[in-house]
Design a protein around this ligand. Structure first.
Ligand code: MF3
Ligand code: CO
Length: 250
């Protein structure tokens, strides 16, 4: 069942989204060569605490961190560790937290020093596919319109769409119905209505889209060890279209 959120729930989600967005702005200057992913996670934990945000990752199925930090061929769910980030690394940070019980979920890519043109292009297409998907989050459209728009942008660029993980409805819970695949057919699936809230998160690869789970039981990597990108925004569908709550654009 897709929960329709009322004004007061949406306001709390917006607060969570604005605070997360501000946090990612600050991460931009923090995430650089020499830092470990553990240190980034610790900084995020402090930020969340200061802003009265509650991590929805820590404790989720035994997960011990407040962020997922995935590097290079790691797609999503990378576990913070003593890994030292190096020049050329392509880092994806994902954080889900709630404000007064309502969640926002957000992921952004970061470049460490000089990265290859491949990395830049992959990041750009991930971003473009996210925007194309969000643009379809209109009342009267169908869920498949979002999925198809993402897939089209990614595949037109010659990249792969990961099939084994997806975006999701979001609200009181980090993961609610529906599952939002990053591939699909337009015109299919449930009708979109105002008050629905979605975390849309394309996961794309430069090579084959097949993925596997690492020894740690969490980290999702590409099977062929090719580069992967992931970006995520939380949006609310309003009468006039999508409202992105994880971007501080005015
Ligand atoms: N934020 C992730 C998502 O987009 C959830 C990661 S799973 C966790 O669905 F265990 F790390 F929380
Ligand atoms: Co998510």
């Amino acid at each position: 069942m897709i929960v329709i959120k009322n004004k007061s729930s949406i306001r709390k989600m917006e607060e969570a989204g604005a605070l997360l967005s501000g946090m990612f702005d600050e991460l931009e200057s923090m995430i650089r060569e020499g830092i470990t992913t553990d240190e980034i996670d610790a900084w995020i934990e402090t930020y969340l605490h200061k802003r009265n945000l509650v991590s929805r990752m820590k404790g989720y199925m035994g997960y011990k961190h407040v962020s997922c930090i995935s590097v290079n061929d790691e797609v999503v769910h990378g576990v913070p560790s003593s890994r030292v980030l190096q020049g050329g690394d392509f880092v994806k940070v994902d954080v889900c937290a709630s404000y007064k019980g309502y969640c926002a979920d957000m992921a952004r890519p970061f470049f460490i020093g000089k990265v290859t043109d491949d990395v830049k292009q992959l990041a750009e297409i991930a971003e473009r596919s996210l925007k194309a998907g969000i643009a379809k989050a209109m009342p009267g459209n169908r869920l498949g319109d979002i999925s198809a728009a993402i897939q089209q942008v990614v595949e037109q660029a010659g990249f792969g769409v990961v099939r084994d993980f997806a975006g999701h409805g979001i609200g009181k819970q980090m993961h609610e119905d529906p599952e939002i695949l990053n591939y699909g057919r337009k015109g299919e699936g449930p009708l979109l209505r105002p008050g629905m809230a979605f975390a849309i998160e394309p996961m794309i690869t430069i090579g084959d889209y097949a993925v596997c789970i690492a020894q740690d039981g969490w980290t999702v990597c590409t099977k062929d060890n090719s580069l992967a990108a992931h970006v995520e925004d939380t949006i609310v569908i309003t009468d006039s279209g999508p409202k992105i709550i994880t971007r501080n654009v005015v």
